[in-house]
Design a protein around this ligand. Structure first.
Ligand code: AMP
Length: 308
């Protein structure tokens, strides 16, 4: 079975949307990526850190999905990373209310021996130095290294981010962050500039407006499935990345053509993630539901114009 190594936060999130408000619940970029990837027949391992306050029952949720947590360090006397965010009425924009790094402050990632030869490495949203340290611990060159990041890290560790970008094959980033990283408003120009920073493939996530894949003059667009109700968009971007990497890890094919399918899988899984608060929907998601919705994606985008 192919292996997918994920590094990212395993966190407490407190979320406020027009539909309600949660207390501290399970969240984190690594958690969402891992849950999405668990939809595929791949061995997934997460590298992260939590504090002594992190409930065992949350780790059990990951185990129940077959996710390897040997790489999640528990610092008994420390506190788990905490993030809190508030969404506005259109659900497309959010404000970060609180980011408490806590145990992440001095995090030294440890890649378990069994994952040092992972085929695909997903460097989830975390400090670029942590992302880089994971690359350096690999015993063999992964088939593909994918990196996700956000404005928080661009603001406090831009040089380190540029250094790690030179080593990655794919970046997944949202539109606003692509503009910030490149200094370009046009996403086509932004992708070009980001290519020059290292990644051969640039995936720009546009929330409810879908995702774009760029590679050396090739371009592909996948819509997001229009949903009647979006309950909580938290983790949609990470779920997208988990679906993208999980599918590529399962198929072992990293051609541009197959990446198109991976983008569709990512969009498909993200469309489920937003249907309930936090990770709830991803925990209960079945493969039948995933397959049915893939059909909806096909129906949404297929047309038969004759070009002659
Ligand atoms: P997304 O909605 O896909 O951008 O991801 C939301 C998840 O990212 C939440 O579960 C948070 O715990 C996590 N998160 C928020 N801020 C950060 C950060 N600065 N670094 C890493 N993870 C973060």
């Amino acid at each position: 079975m192919n292996k997918l190594l994920v590094v990212g936060t395993v966190a407490f999130d407190a979320i406020e949307t027009p539909f309600g408000k949660t207390m501290k619940i399970l969240g984190g970029s690594g958690t969402y990526v891992g849950l999405a990837a668990s939809q595929f027949e791949v061995q997934t391992g997460i590298v992260s850190v939590v504090g002594g306050d992190f409930p065992n029952s949350y780790l059990e949720i990951l185990h129940s999905k077959g996710i390897n947590t040997q790489g999640i360090e528990i610092i008994k006397e420390g506190k788990t990373f905490f993030w809190s965010g508030k969404y506005h009425n259109d659900m497309n924009s959010r404000n970060t209310l609180i980011t408490e790094l806590n145990v992440l402050e001095d995090f030294k990632p440890f890649v378990p021996a069994g994952f040092k030869d992972a085929n695909i490495v997903m460097l989830g949203n975390l400090h670029p130095l942590v992302q880089n340290s994971v690359i350096e611990q690999m015993s063999k060159k992964p088939t593909l290294i994918v990196l996700d990041t956000m404005n928080f890290w661009m603001n406090i560790a831009l040089d380190e981010l540029h250094a790690v970008l030179k080593k990655v094959d794919v970046i997944t980033i949202n539109d606003e962050e692509a503009r910030q990283l490149s200094g370009e408003y046009s996403l086509v120009n932004a992708a070009k500039k980001i290519h020059e920073m290292g990644p051969k493939y640039v995936v720009i996530k546009k929330g409810e407006h879908g995702a774009l894949l760029f590679n050396e003059g090739n371009m592909f667009f996948a819509p997001a499935l229009p949903l009647a109700e979006v309950f909580d968009p938290t983790g949609a971007g990470d779920t997208f990345a988990g679906g993208f990497c999980g599918y590529l890890a399962k198929t072992g094919d990293i051609s541009f053509e197959n990446m198109k399918n991976a983008i569709i899988y990512g969009s498909n899984l993200a469309s489920f993630c937003v249907e309930k608060f936090g990770t709830e929907r991803m925990q209960e998601l079945t493969s039948d539901e995933v397959t049915k919705r893939l059909q909806a994606f096909k129906d949404l985008t297929q047309f038969n114009i004759k070009l002659s």
